[in-house]
Design a binder for this molecule. Structure first.
Ligand SMILES: [Zn+2]
Ligand SMILES: [Zn+2]
Length: 319
């Protein structure tokens, strides 16, 4: 029988277009499913951050040790080192999240009464407890003969990576930038700042994993490329970049209201409840301050007054 009998078979050639279509449809269906799973993974922010932190910390440790052989024992030591570092840094993360809580509560007069000396003492005790937990683990590891003595460069690199990938900092830094009210950001700090932080992690991940891909390839390195580069680039594209384009487009689609329109509106801005001398008009014919509209777009794409979806009837903008 000839080896190329398949291509000579007329019956098969008749079926080929259908088979090809089926394979392509199945392929795109599978890709869609994988995309959904990856997006779900990204949504579990603490796990998403933890996995990339551990991968990055392990690679940095191996890189700084300059060990020629990627043996198992060395790998285990690096993993323990990475986990311990994450543990220590998470105490700092916990500390910052509690401070954020306190500031957040103080912003609302209503809850001010809740912030008592008792709360402060509980809070301090909790932070101390977290530190004690971390120290006890380090002491236990020392008992096992594993010394936690990170070099200065390791600490700097891993801590910077931790700052740029941990949920609490990714959420808090945009707020700090917002306070500076830099014009260039067009009130989109909540997208620009996390995108820049994510970009830094991708850059750092790319540099470290490229080195290992070229010098000492292993399955772990391949897995790291997936988590440190591919998934993070996906996060930037789908969860920040696309949203950035949509928010900018939507905002541009709001016409600036004329003096007559503001006069005939004869009402206050429904967001900040103050009078308007300048305003923008939404497609549902409601007037708001520009900055108030931008602020609302951050939380949802619905009109703050009548809850019309801004993407409805705006067929040119696609999410
Ligand atoms: Zn307003
Ligand atoms: Zn409306």
């Amino acid at each position: 029988m000839s080896t190329s009998f398949l291509f000579q078979d007329e019956e098969f050639l008749g079926w080929w277009p259908f088979l090809r279509e089926f394979i392509l449809a199945l392929g795109s269906e599978i890709m869609e499913e994988i995309h959904c799973v990856e997006q779900f993974f990204i949504k579990i922010k603490s796990l998403y951050a933890f996995v990339s932190q551990v991968c990055f910390f392990v690679l940095v440790d191996l890189l700084l040790e300059e060990n020629e052989n990627f043996d198992n024992e060395k790998g285990d030591k690096s993993v323990v080192m990475a986990l311990t570092s994450v543990l220590f840094y998470s105490v700092f993360g916990y500390f910052v999240s509690r401070i954020k809580d306190v500031f957040h509560r103080q912003r609302f007069q209503l809850f001010r009464s809740f912030l008592t000396i008792e709360h402060l003492v509980t809070w301090i005790f909790k932070v101390i407890l977290e530190w004690v937990k971390a120290i006890v683990i380090v002491l236990c590891l020392r008992e096992q003969g594993l010394n936690y003595q990170p070099s200065l460069l390791y600490s700097i690199l891993t801590f910077l990576y931790y700052l740029c990938s941990e949920k609490i900092f990714v959420e808090t830094l945009p707020d700090l930038f917002e306070m500076l009210s830099i014009e260039k950001f067009e009130n989109l700090e909540h997208l620009y700042v996390p995108m820049a932080m994510n970009f830094f992690t991708v850059l750092a991940g790319t540099v470290v994993s490229t080195y290992f891909l070229l010098v000492q390839y292993s399955n772990f390195v391949l897995l790291s490329v997936y988590f440190l580069v591919y998934i993070r680039l996906k996060d930037i594209y789908y969860n920040y970049w696309k949203l950035l384009i949509v928010e900018r487009e939507i905002f541009r689609s709001f016409r600036i209201a004329t003096k007559e329109e503001i006069d005939s509106w004869n009402d206050i801005c429904a967001v900040c409840l103050t009078a308007m001398s300048r305003a923008r008009i939404t497609p549902c014919n409601h007037l708001f301050h520009s900055h108030c509209l931008k602020r609302c777009l951050k939380s949802s794409l619905l009109c703050p007054l009548c809850k019309t979806h801004f993407l409805d009837g705006n067929s040119e903008i696609k999410l």
